[in-house]
Design a protein. Structure first.
Lengths: 407, 103, 171
């Protein structure tokens, strides 16, 4: 029961201390287990919600800097109390339920949206010793939580009793369901490279080399489809304020809208976390550095958690960077981009990774890395050449058409 | 795992019969398809329960359940496409009213 | 009454109540949403049965795709935003009677099976059911043929659904 024990293995330390305390108070073993689970879930959810409040501040500051202004800086130092002010404003707003709306479904939709995102934090590993549960199908669980989020959007859009909300919800669901396919296919690539679907296994398999270096194309495709899944710009036609009057959440006011907004930000950060875990080594990935005795402190759970949060923050910042730099894409272009470009490309990358993983298995580590990286570069170059040839052909046909019309 | 196998089988039987009631008593074609989904889920619960309780090292039960997933998805897709197509022509989804071929 | 029995009873009640609401509720959208609840309960059941992969695939395929298809279909086939008239046929009591009779028959058969009160077989140590499932689905002396046939079936359903739902207007 020392500080070193806490620093090296916080969750077990606290669990043992609480077990000792509760046994002393006379609780039975089964009840203690249930109580410990509940306390663990509570701590995780509180941590995630506090993180969400911080993310509101981060988002507003970052968008301000991208737009060459300062962002909130009046309330509290650097505007840090701004999210609290936002929450108070949302809570005291009038809670309008539109006439003819389906009350139960209308109220459950934002709750379900938040639930689907918070449930993802059960499998994100903050460190090798701080995690919710080590599921052996964790990667598929990510897809399942996305499916629940899709359901909440349809419920919100339909229950609003509003044509535009329904239209926005249809488009959003079509978008999300379409982009699930390249996302699942590229999620399979870390699974192939690590030989396991568990996120702990994937993180530990990256202690030698990040998967983003072994397969950069997979990372790029996952990044694009993650942004589309989140419904953020440049794929946010369905809920942008100037299109379709904010889409499926037009009828939501006050704290219910706050829940949609907060869950979207948290979802973006969670995807940043997943990118960190699946492609950038998660809480580890120090290229074998931590095996040296001088760097043994890198295996401390708190250092690992800090590394993970830093990488997740970087992924979130990259998502925001894309959002605030690119214009919006039209819905038919979005879907055409997915079905005609991303799906075939991701399937090609998957087959390539699977074949090379077996062919290059005998090579030393640097040979394997080089082979995988080069194959991705080759696929990328070939794709760009195909696109250029297609563009040239289209340009030429347009030129001949313009000439024919002139004559 | 102290739950007897019969509990799972009885739960699956109850779910199957509720689905059967839904198929036989509902007017709307989509509601009938909802009942069919319940029946397929009951069958899957049965398969997975038998897999777990009899021989978990043999994968036949889980593979069968996976194939049932695929078949259910295919059936729902085609069934709903048919319902939507019928709705477009006849402007109704009540199963009884689709009776052009009756004499 | 151990903990897993309590959990099973709770999940069983959830599944059956949701299924009953699916087949009796008047508004079709509510029926689709109750179906989602029932499917989620079945997914939890799979997790209790230690078929974790099937639990997650149930959520992804049934809730994430099939339930959303149902909701879309309900929304696209209504003349206005309200359901009209009675939703069950006039001879619903025959269907209920038939359901109860079949349930009684099935329960009778189940109870009279020998060895039906058995508890779960032990999963042998070192058996990774997830890996075994993957190997069984693609191994030539296991189930690769049904797997490939299922994918052809899905392709046929995809093409058929797109064609039936009407690519262009057919008069």
């Amino acid at each position: 029961m020392t500080l070193a024990g806490f620093l090296n293995d916080p969750i077990n330390f606290v669990a043992q201390w609480l077990t000792g305390l509760l046994t002393g108070w006379g609780f039975s073993n089964g009840l203690i287990t249930v109580i410990l689970y509940f306390i663990g879930i509570l701590v995780l959810v509180v941590f995630v919600m506090l993180l969400d409040i911080g993310l509101v501040w981060v988002e507003r500051k970052v968008v301000a800097r991208f737009q060459d202004r300062l962002g909130p800086n009046r309330i509290g130092p650097f505007g840090l109390i701004q999210p609290i002010a936002d929450i108070i404003k949302l809570v005291i707003k009038e809670d309008i339920t539109p006439a003819g709306a389906d009350k139960v479904v209308f109220n459950i939709a934002p709750v379900l949206a938040a639930m689907s995102v918070i449930s993802l934090w059960a499998i994100l590993p903050l460190s090798s010793k701080i995690f919710g549960v080590d599921l052996n199908v964790a990667v598929l669980y990510l897809v399942a939580a996305g499916a629940l989020g899709t359901l909440s959007i349809i419920m919100g859009g339909w229950a609003s009793n509003n044509k535009y909300a329904l239209l926005g919800a249809f488009r959003m669901v079509a978008n999300m369901v379409s982009y699930e396919i390249p996302m699942v296919v590229t999620l399979l690539i870390p699974v192939i490279l690590a030989d396991t679907m568990s996120v702990q296994g994937i993180t530990q398999a990256q202690s030698g080399m990040w998967f983003a270096i072994l397969s950069p194309l997979a990372f790029v495709i996952f990044f694009i489809s993650a942004i589309a899944e989140l419904g953020r710009s440049p794929f946010d036609l369905v809920e942008a304020e100037s299109e379709l009057t904010a889409g499926f959440n037009v009828e939501y006011s006050g704290m219910k809208f706050g829940w949609f907004y907060a869950s979207e930000l948290l979802h973006a950060f969670t995807f940043g976390g997943f990118m960190a875990v699946l492609f950038f080594g998660g809480y580890g990935g120090f290229f074998g550095l931590e095996k040296l005795s001088a760097f043994h402190w890198l295996t401390n759970p708190f250092i690992q958690a800090a590394v993970f949060i830093a990488k997740a923050m970087f992924g979130y910042w990259a998502i925001m960077w894309v959002k605030y730099s690119m214009p919006r894409i039209r819905i038919d272009h979005m879907l055409a981009f997915n079905w005609k470009f991303l799906v075939p490309l991701s399937l090609v990358v998957l087959v390539n990774t699977a074949i090379l993983n077996k062919l290059l298995a005998g090579l030393p580590a640097w040979g394997y890395t080089l082979g995988m990286f080069l194959s991705n570069v080759i696929i990328g170059v070939v794709t760009i050449e195909i696109l250029r040839a297609y563009g040239r052909r289209q340009h030429k046909s347009e030129q001949t058409l313009a000439q024919a019309m002139r004559n | 795992m102290s739950i007897p196998l019969s509990w799972y089988l009885i739960l699956a039987a109850e779910l199957f019969c509720i689905g059967l009631y839904g198929v036989l008593s509902r007017k709307n074609a989509i509601a009938i398809l909802l009942g069919v989904e319940l029946m397929l889920n009951a069958v899957n619960v049965n398969l997975v329960a038998f897999w777990r309780y009899l021989d978990p090292a043999q994968m036949a039960g889980q593979v069968f359940a996976v194939i049932v997933f695929a078949v259910a998805a295919a059936e729902v897709a085609v069934g709903l496409a048919l319902v939507i197509s019928v709705y477009r022509r006849r402007k109704t989804v009540v199963a009884d009213e689709v009776d052009l071929m009756k004499w | 009454m151990t903990a897993d029995k309590i959990i099973f009873l709770l999940i069983g009640v959830l599944i059956l109540v949701s299924a009953l609401m699916v087949v009796t509720t008047r508004k079709l959208i509510h029926a689709a949403l109750w179906l989602v609840a029932a499917l989620f309960g079945v997914a939890v059941l799979y997790a209790i049965l230690q078929a974790g992969f099937l639990a997650v695939v149930q959520v992804v395929v049934y809730i994430g795709a099939i339930a959303i298809l149902f909701i879309f279909a309900v929304m696209l086939t209504r003349r206005d935003m309200r359901d009209q008239g009675p939703q069950t046929r006039s001879n619903w009591w025959i269907a209920a009677l038939l359901g109860l009779l079949i349930l009684a028959g099935l329960v009778f058969l189940i109870i009279n099976q020998p060895d039906v009160e058995r508890t779960a077989a032990v999963i042998p140590a070192g058996v990774d059911t997830l890996r075994n499932l993957g190997t069984a689905l693609v191994s030539p002396d296991a189930y690769v043929l049904p797997f490939e046939v299922a994918s052809v079936l899905l392709l046929a359903a995809l093409v058929g659904a797109v064609y039936i739902a009407g690519f262009g207007k057919k008069s």
